[in-house]
Design a protein around this ligand. Sequence first.
Ligand code: NAD
Length: 378
Amino acid sequence: MVLTALPSPPEERRLALVPSAIKRLVALEHEVRLGAGYGAPLHLSDDALAEAGATIVPAESALDGAEIVLVVTPPAPEALAGMPKGTFVVGFLDPFFALPTVRALADGGLRGMCVELMPRSTYAQKMDALSSQASLAGYVAVVLAAERIDKVLPMMSTPAGTIPPARVFVVGVGVAGLQAIATAKRLGARVEAYDTRPSVAEQVRSLGARFVAFDLGGEQGETEQGYARALTDEQLARQREQMAKVVAQSDVVITTAQVFGRSAPRILDAAAIAGMKPGSVVVDLAAATGGNVEGTVAGEEIVTDGGVRIIGLHPLPASVARDASAMYAANLTFLIEHAWVEGALKPASEDDVVDAVLLTDDGAVRYEAVRAQMEASA
Ligand code: NAD
């Protein structure tokens, strides 16, 4: 197959292909063509990419003849316009929110392979880009908070006195939350965590943190895919009320709560933020899908009148773009290695991974929940 990768938008430093992934794809007998300057965001020269096995072509002809196009973010519909029918577009396609892109993929007869829809099986873990990037986001959230807050994270005993450890509260213990807990513990903070899925309590404790339980009433827990069930409005209100007390004692709060395919649940309201000490820091990892925190501004950091800093910067993995790109490129390469046999995509009817990630095919959107979202927004 002939593969290329679209250049990332200026604010996004991650790439879909790096030299290690190019070498692997070339060894699998794919041809990798990249536009001149593709590696610039990571200071990778054309020579370095060519040495790994890519053919460097003028940037404006990178798409010519490409059968598979890799992306980091959903391409704008205009970027898809010239692609021939049947071209595969592989990567983050943000299926529930980037609806114009999904529509353009279907209308253009393109085959969008959406990594957000990867099954959460042990086998698929190496292809799971949501997880690889969430893990980095959890790490960056803590490092960012440690840099912004006006105190140290570990306990320090000095001749001038003893400084107590910072209290870090992590809300949502999925992949990002677990990494945030581990990072905050490594930096010496006193860490507490909470999730609506009680099954994570053991994982929290195994990292040396305290699991905080709240009484919400009604049904909670997780779906068969391992994702959180959405709470009712009443449960969310009870959660906010009980959580405010823990939040008031915390120096750093990191929220990572997501419900697959929906806007992020509102976890902290303005009253809870007002109860925090001035100088405290909140990092809202759900900023891009509406935010877990009242007052979060996506893409920005703000300081409230009460002196609490709310960080809504995203995507946080872009700030560790070298590692994030290496992991993302590896995820995509494993997917290509898995899904294509002798130049042909495995039939969706015969392969769980292809069946799950193939979002558009033959002019149609294959995923019921995405179709429903498109109809609702039409
Ligand atoms: P996610 O990004 O969908 O959500 C983050 C966390 O927020 C989840 O733990 C969720 O339970 C929690 N949450 C949702 N609503 C909440 C609320 N109102 N209050 C508090 N917390 C709330 O989650 P994720 O990182 O994708 O992980 C989901 C699960 O899937 C985890 O158990 C994870 O370990 C598992 N997983 C498995 C695989 C695999 O086997 N291949 C891969 C990735 C994740």
